[in-house]
Design a protein around this ligand. Structure first.
Ligand code: GLU
Length: 322
């Protein structure tokens, strides 16, 4: 959902400026509304292909008699009867929470559900917890969540703190700008321009270290960045293409993704650092779901709705326990 709380109390100097501010406010409200209704697609009169297609989502068979006694995380979840999974709640087609029903949907949510089913626990019983990019490692380290599925790039720095199953998807860093922006085509055009990203994310870090002339602004979430873009507080939002394409698809008259992706962001499932049994079981589960078509069906009913056909999933990186 795009929040409206950061809309500034603008003092327009002319009627034209007032009209443009009014248009932006309307857009922000509209985007918020789209977010609110995203879970309600398929109802009469709602636009096609705007939210996850619940009727086309695969049904994941729960593995019967599955046991993973070497995994402390699995043992705890089994005793409790469900997994607690960290996710995002404001990333269209990936991880989105319907504020009216509290129901989560999107490709990452489906990955979380298939893992639960493969590990013998009912995916319908998962408790989802929204965790921002900057808080993922701590949430896994202090046992607040069992695993994390939310556009989480696997890299060596993070591997010192958490474990990663996967990757299950390959994204790349890109740029989102307003439709009326003609001067930003790639990260080299960001010098002196205000660019927004999420604290604790790899795209934030990359702009900071490789494009120091950009004026970097950080918030907890990308939806707040998008608010700021729509209200002319920043000139661009940067993160993974998969995330940005979702925001652009929700407000195609106002926003566009520009240029080519300029990094590789392999998405992994975050697990507690030392729970290798859980990590390897998830690697096996992902492989099986890719083979039996569930991965592709889940993609097509969620992220695929933003217009990008299902790619080949990247090979699983089953790195040794350390
Ligand atoms: N994939 C990037 C990361 O893990 C950006 C998306 C996000 O912040 O979740 O940092």
């Amino acid at each position: 959902m795009v929040r409206t709380t950061r809309v500034p109390a603008a003092q327009p100097r002319s009627a034209a400026r007032a009209r443009s501010v009014a248009r932006v406010l309307l857009t922000v409200l509209l985007v918020g509304l789209i977010g609110l209704t995203a879970g309600g697609c398929g109802k009469e009169g709602s636009p096609p292909g705007k939210g996850p297609a619940a009727d086309r989502l695969p049904h994941y068979e729960i593995a019967q008699g599955f046991r993973l006694p070497d995994s402390p995380t699995w043992n705890r979840a089994k005793k409790r009867g469900y997994f607690v999974v960290g996710v995002k709640e404001d990333q269209p087609y990936l991880g989105q929470r319907d504020p009216a029903t509290g129901v989560y949907s999107g490709f990452d949510i489906e990955i979380a559900r298939m893992m639960s089913a493969s590990l013998g626990l009912d995916p319908q019983k998962i408790r989802f917890r929204t965790i921002a990019s900057a808080n993922r490692e701590t949430a896994l380290q202090n046992g607040q969540i069992d695993y994390y599925v939310g556009t989480y790039t696997i890299n060596d720095n993070r591997k010192k703190l958490v474990g990663f199953a996967g990757p299950y998807y390959m994204a790349g860093q890109s740029l989102l700008v307003r439709r009326d922006e003609n001067d930003i085509h790639g990260p080299e055009d960001l010098a002196g321009r205000r660019v927004c990203s999420a604290a604790g994310s790899t795209p934030y870090q990359r702009i900071k270290s490789e494009y120091p002339k950009a004026v970097l602004v950080a918030y907890d979430t990308y939806s707040v960045c998008v608010d700021n873009l729509l209200t002319y507080q920043v000139d661009a939002v940067t993160t993974d293409d998969a995330i940005l394409i979702g925001y652009a698809a929700k407000a195609p008259d106002e926003l566009k993704v520009v240029g080519r992706p300029f990094s590789k962001e392999p998405y992994g499932i975050g697990v507690p650092r030392d729970d290798n049994a859980l990590r390897f079981a998830m690697d096996d589960a992902l492989e099986a779901r890719e083979k039996n078509g569930d991965w592709k069906r889940a993609y097509e009913a969620t992220l695929g709705l933003s217009g990008v056909p299902a790619p080949q999933p990247p090979p699983i990186d089953r790195y040794p326990a350390s």
